[in-house]
Structures are given as C-alpha cells and as structure tokens.
Design a protein around this ligand. Sequence first.
Ligand SMILES: Nc1ncnc2c1ncn2[C@@H]1O[C@H](COP(=O)(O)OP(=O)(O)OP(=O)(O)O)[C@@H](O)[C@H]1O
Length: 359
Amino acid sequence: MSIEIRNIKKEFGSFTALGNVSLDVPSGELVALLGPSGCGKTTLLRIIAGLETPDSGSIHFHGEEATNRDVRERQVGFVFQHYALFRHMTVFENVAFGLRVRPKKTRPSDAEIHRRVHQLLSLVQLDWLADRYPPQLSGGQRQRIALARALAVEPKVLLLDEPFGALDAKVRKDLRRWLRRLHDELHITSVFVTHDQEEALEVADRIVVMNQGKIEQIGSPQEVYDNPASPFVYKFLGNVNQFYSRVDQGQAHIGNIALNLNEHHTVQNSDALAYVRPHDIDIYTEQNGHPALQAVVSYIHAAGPLVRLELQPVNEADIIEAEITRERFRELGIDQGSHVYLRPRSVQVFLEGNTSNAA
Ligand SMILES: Nc1ncnc2c1ncn2[C@@H]1O[C@H](COP(=O)(O)OP(=O)(O)OP(=O)(O)O)[C@@H](O)[C@H]1O
C-alpha cells in the first residue's frame, strides 16, 4: 500500500514541528526518515499512524484519504524503540495478542492462531523461544519479537521508530541486515525513523533527510550520499571538510588550487563553500610543482581498514580530516608532526546565498 503525504503542518504551541511536509512512499518500499534529534521524524511517523493529528494537510493510503481515519482502521503495525512486550505473557502469547483481541467475527481459530504465530516466530528466527517470557530475552530478541507481534495482524504498513536505538552497536548492525532481508521477503511498505546515517544508508530503499521540520532531500542512499542537495545533507551524511572558495567559470578555487566542476560554468567570481569528503583528499610529501595546501599531521588514527589523519593547515585554523589506505600510509612514511601537501580530488560547492541550510 502506498502512502501519500500532502502539505502536512504541525505546531506544538508556537513551535513548528513540521512545516509543510509532502512525501510519497511507493508501495513495498522501505523508506528511512533520517535527521537530527528534534527535526520532526517521530511526529511525522505518528501522523502517518494516526496517533497525532496534523494542523493541516492530508494523508492518503493508496490514494484514499485517511487523515481522519482512526488508528485502528489504518492497518499499520508499529515497532518502537521501547515497545515493551507484555511481561506476564509468553513470547507466543505476545505475538498472538493482536489476533486474540479481534472481534469474534474476524478472529482466527485457535489452530489457525497457533499456525500463524509459529510461522511468524520462524520468520524472525526465534521459534525456539515461544515459551519464554520477555524478561528472559536479550534486547535484540525482544525487538524481533516486537516485530513479529506487529506483523501478526498483517498490517498494510509497517512503522518503525528507532527500533534498534537501545541496542549495542554489534546487535544493531546484525538486526539492520536482518530487517533488510525480511523486508525483501515480505515487501510491506515500511517507514523507518533513525538518526543514524549509517543505518539509513544500509537499510533503506530511499532516504528522506529532514531538518527543522522540513524535508531537505529525498533520494536513494547513493543519490543523497553522492549528490547532497544542501550543506546540511552533506554534513549529516558523513564526515566532510569545509573550505571557503571562489567559483569562476566552472572552476572552484581553494587557495591556489583550481578544481574543475561539472556545473557553474557561467558563474563569475562568486564566493562559495566547498565540501570535500575525507577520502577525496590526496596527500603528498613533496609538492612536485603542483598547487597544494600545506599542512602538518597533527593526529593519526591507524585502527581500522583506513588510516584517518588530522591535518593542521599552515595558514588556516580548521583541522582537515583525510582518510587514506594503509598501503598509501606506509608509502608516505609520515608521522605526527610531518609536513605534507594536500589536494582535494573532488569537491562539491554551494554558492554564497545557497548555503543558508548549513548546519
Ligand atoms: N507533544 C508535544 N508537545 C510539545 N512539543 C512536542 C511534542 N511532541 C514533539 N514535540 C517537539 O517537536 C519537535 C519534533 O519532535 P520529534 O519527536 O518529531 O523529533 P524527532 O526528529 O523524532 O527527534 P528524536 O530523534 O529526538 O526522537 C521536538 O522539538 C519536540 O520537542
């Protein structure tokens, strides 16, 4: 079932939590709402669920107006960060709950409930825990059971609010892969709230980046990562270095370095902010006649597959972060305090006046 969100506004007192948000979630997609704390993700999710009413705007499920439809009629399943399971019920009964409370007319038989619950427990790979009680489960197991419980009522839409937020990094990573596989199997239209960019990039078909009650960009993980629409998105989706630059006829000038751009060919001498990802910076120990920025290596983080360098430019205050392979690091033979030359390999610029969204 697709979801169409049109011009949603929501205020809490004088605070605008959502200012005119529109979004289409195509049927069967897994969409992540990504943004910093307080940007309105949960409010939007609660409005889709029917747990919150918008001040204006409308929600449609598969083209049908649902703005005033009761939460129970929306056929949505929820998984929240702390969606406490019923402590006094077994895992089996927790998952069966949504089916048992149905009106008699639509309630499945005991045998059918038994079949369906075991099918769902197999799906989340926890059939062997059916007789346990929630306090006897790990956090990750509890969230998988919460998901099985949400799926039991065969929702048309699945809404997940930071479902793995309370779990440690390793379990979180396993569960997000597992959720992706599950979604590929079931294809239920799903909206997933997270403030973790890595999680959104790994799990979602599409990412909706939000900031201060507004949508900054909608796109596939690769689109938003490779072509951020604003400085905010650039900074939010990973580490980035910011340089003051001048754009002139398709070239960005940073210090004495000129870099070719794919755009801005007709722009003349405009101030701009230039953004460079740490892995897009080349480092040399000799200048070799090419324009470069001079810097001193101020810190080396060598744990992990890449070596991260903090570089103090000679003429500027802001530290530059660079990432190079271990092999390149060995080739360079540099230490803390070494003098180096650096040159951005690729850059994205936002012209002065287009940078108001910078975080
Ligand atoms: N019932 C409420 N009354 C007043 N303000 C609220 C209410 N619910 C949310 N807000 C405010 O609206 C803003 C958006 O909240 P929301 O929970 O949607 O943010 P979020 O992006 O989900 O953040 P987080 O990641 O921290 O959960 C916040 O500033 C929050 O304080």
